[in-house]
Design a protein around this ligand. Structure first.
Ligand code: MF3
Ligand code: CO
Length: 291
């Protein structure tokens, strides 16, 4: 729900201008979509220019951390070493790894190998071997602002079948990104992702997905990949969210580790891949903030 604001009061965006000469027409346009039955964003989901600057600084750390991982990750490395690289790089740059102690999550990063879908625990006992595919999911906090993105890495000699899964999943994110535009809909993104995955014979995980991000780690809206073009939340300039489909080679079904309550794996044991980007909706399209 958009809060009503007096015409002569300062605009909610922090510009210092009067509402009527700043975001009033913008809010009226959003209300119009709402009247037509669409779900629309709240003001909290629409970041101000000052907030966007701060979030971009956080994203710079996140990208640098992933770059540091990319430089060092190799066959024979235990995933606990990735956790160390992430913690050290983030804190050296003045940030805090967002996963650490998040709802009890015990590490600085998620490392999900092969059939692991997401939230894989870094471990001394998980040694990366030739043929593995691994998702490294980094999230950072800088000055209270959040960033979140992940990449896949192919270790040594990976089968053509698994390399294709990794590549197609990346293409899914790229196609989802192309669908991000102001006054479009979140379902445009979901459908673009899903169409490409299913056209390649894969299945997209249904109940775990992307999210608004920036002022908090996980904000509304939920970004699903089983949605349809022209449906779901209206996209407006200033919204920031992640696109992070988990694409399974076999069925979309997954199971959660009963011992730790976090690690998610495919039920059929077949590989799963995920890439995650954080994107800003702009006046004329979109801008990738973290990848
Ligand atoms: N980075 C993941 C995401 O994309 C979240 C990990 S949750 C954690 O939303 F608790 F494991 F950190
Ligand atoms: Co995320």
């Amino acid at each position: 729900m958009l809060e009503k604001l007096g015409r002569n009061l300062p605009c909610w965006c922090g510009s210092g201008k009067k509402y009527k000469s700043c975001h009033m027409a913008f809010d009226e346009k959003i209300s119009h979509y709402k009247d037509m039955g669409h779900t629309v964003p709240t003001h909290k989901m629409i970041k101000t220019p000052q907030q966007i600057e701060k979030i971009k600084e956080s994203c710079k750390i996140n990208v640098a951390v992933l770059d540091a991982v990319a430089e060092k990750i190799c066959e024979g490395m235990p995933t606990s070493e990735i956790d160390r690289i992430v913690y050290d790089t983030t804190t050296k740059m003045g940030g805090i790894p967002a996963p650490l102690n998040y709802e009890g999550y015990p590490y600085s990063v998620c490392t999900s190998v092969n059939e692991q879908v997401c939230h894989g625990f870094p471990s001394d006992k998980v040694i990366l071997k030739s043929g593995d595919i691994v998702n490294v999911d980094c999230s950072s906090i800088l000055d209270g602002y959040f960033s979140d993105s992940s990449r896949m890495f192919c270790i040594g000699d990976v089968s053509a079948e698994k390399r294709k899964l990794v590549q197609v999943t990346k293409e899914c994110v790229e196609l989802g990104l192309e669908a991000v535009q102001p006054w479009g809909f979140l379902g445009d993104v979901g459908q673009a992702v899903n169409d490409h995955a299913t056209a390649n014979g894969y299945a997209v995980v249904r109940d775990i997905g992307g999210h608004g991000c920036g002022l908090e780690f996980h904000e509304d809206p939920f970004v699903s990949y089983v949605t349809h073009k022209g449906q779901e939340m209206l996209l407006v300039p200033g919204m920031i969210f992640t696109i992070e489909p988990m694409v399974n080679m076999g069925s979309a079904a997954h199971v959660t580790n009963r011992t730790n309550g976090w690690e998610v794996s495919t039920r059929d044991g077949l590989p799963s891949a995920q890439w995650e980007i954080m994107v800003l909706v702009t006046e004329d399209g979109h801008e990738v903030l973290s990848w």
